[in-house]
Design a protein around this ligand. Structure first.
Ligand SMILES: C[S@@+](CC[C@H](N)C(=O)[O-])C[C@H]1O[C@@H](n2cnc3c(N)ncnc32)[C@H](O)[C@@H]1O
Length: 378
């Protein structure tokens, strides 16, 4: 049967017959209380506080998001806003619906009652963004138990099982520890067909492009001030500039890079984000004395590794970045720098009297440990 593209395919039969609460109804305390849905929101370690603030602002949970035990990359929270609102989280990697099952082994998940809850959660995900395939993320996902579960879920949803590239992700893991008792099993169904961190505006793949959730975190840390004149120095494909503009208007928005390829990529991405008219791109070396200044917010992620420049030239470039940014900055301006060159950056900051360090946020991203430096113009 054709796979449902928007969750409007065949209704999961179990959901109608078994009368169990659906995922969106679980957690309701009383009838006069809004229904709450437990979700887990993943993020790059280091950005938990920024994400917790964003969850409070966007989803208005009754209780604040709390860390998931034993994890440094996930927050748990119960929400009563429509699930689609979770798509507005810019600093999250992904959002999962959380189902808990008091069963001793995953085999029991295929029983009608349990299956119906998983299928309902998959439909809830499909209503937010359609998928045509699904996959498991679970220890032993290649076992016969998961083959049976895959076949049951395929029959109930029409989604094709694709163990490698499935769009809708179903995670199965042990439940939270409960002293001596059996922890049971959790099933987490990802909301939507792609992680939130994969931005729809990223048309141009630029080597060394910043992670969009880190860029969004930089914007939140900097604060969104509509009167700000914003410049993204060494803008590459425009990630920092785009995430800033998507968060709210700015009095001016400019991206500067000395590479034609970078500017071409930024043009493409700004167009995909429908921000072409909101931003100006300049092909220039940021050290060019002819560049005009007066910016209130300056964003930069200088080259790192060997993709652009080298470690040797980076020492000079980081110092030049601070000097150029100072020249382009209005009094009271703030500069946010995302860099992997921690030692270099720390040395440059010790040697400059042009910028005052306000705070540093460490991020852990796929084996890299960049930091976000927030600096105030002296
Ligand atoms: C890490 S990349 C920026 C990636 C960007 N944030 C993105 O998401 O695509 C660093 C950029 O600095 C640019 N760059 C290096 N030295 C420069 C200079 N002196 N003036 C202007 N741009 C420079 C490179 O061309 C490269 O695009």
């Amino acid at each position: 049967m054709p796979a449902p593209a928007s969750g409007r395919g065949r209704r999961p039969s179990g959901a109608r017959h078994h009368g169990r609460p659906t995922p969106t109804r679980r957690g309701a305390a009383r009838d006069d209380q809004p229904r709450e849905t437990p979700i887990e929101v993943t993020f790059l370690p280091g950005l938990g506080d920024v994400l917790a603030d964003e969850i409070a602002e966007v989803l208005h949970p009754r209780r604040p998001a709390a860390p998931v035990a034993g994890r440094d990359d996930a927050l748990a929270v119960a929400v009563s806003t429509p699930l689609a609102h979770t798509r507005r989280l810019t600093t999250a990697v992904a959002v999962f619906l959380v189902l808990h099952f008091d069963v001793p082994r995953p085999k029991s998940l295929t029983s009608g009652d349990h299956l119906a809850r998983i299928v309902e959660a998959m439909y809830a995900s499909l209503r937010v963004a359609g998928s045509s395939t699904f996959r498991f993320e679970a220890a032993g996902s290649d076992s016969s138990v998961f083959a049976r579960l895959a076949s049951e879920l395929n029959a109930a949803t029409g989604l094709k099982y694709d163990e490698k590239d499935g769009e809708l992700v179903v995670r199965v893991r042990r439940g939270p520890a409960r002293g001596e008792g059996d922890p049971g099993w959790d099933v987490l169904v990802r909301v939507g067909n792609r992680p939130l961190s994969a931005r729809p505006w990223r048309e141009a793949d630029y080597p060394g492009a910043a992670n969009a959730t880190i860029a969004a975190a930089m914007t939140r840390i900097a604060g969104v001030v509509p009167e700000d004149r914003v410049v993204n120095l060494m803008c590459g494909s425009g990630t920092l500039l785009i995430e800033r503009l998507l968060a709210g208007p700015a009095a001016a928005a400019v991206g500067i890079d000395d590479s034609n390829d970078a500017i071409a990529a930024a043009v493409e991405n700004l167009a995909a984000a429908k921000l072409t008219r909101a931003a100006t791109l300049i092909t220039a070396d940021i050290r060019d004395p002819q560049l005009e200044g007066g910016y209130d917010l300056l964003l930069a992620d200088p080259p790192w590794g060997t993709l652009h420049g080298s470690h040797a030239t980076n020492a000079e470039l980081h110092a030049d970045l601070l000097r150029s940014a100072h020249r382009l900055a209005a009094p009271g301006a703030r500069l946010l720098v995302l860099t992997h060159e921690i030692k270099l950056m720390d040395r440059c900051l010790r040697e400059t009297d042009q910028w005052q360090l306000r705070e540093v946020t460490r991020v852990f991203a796929k084996g890299h440990h960049p930091r976000i430096y927030v600096l105030d113009r002296v």
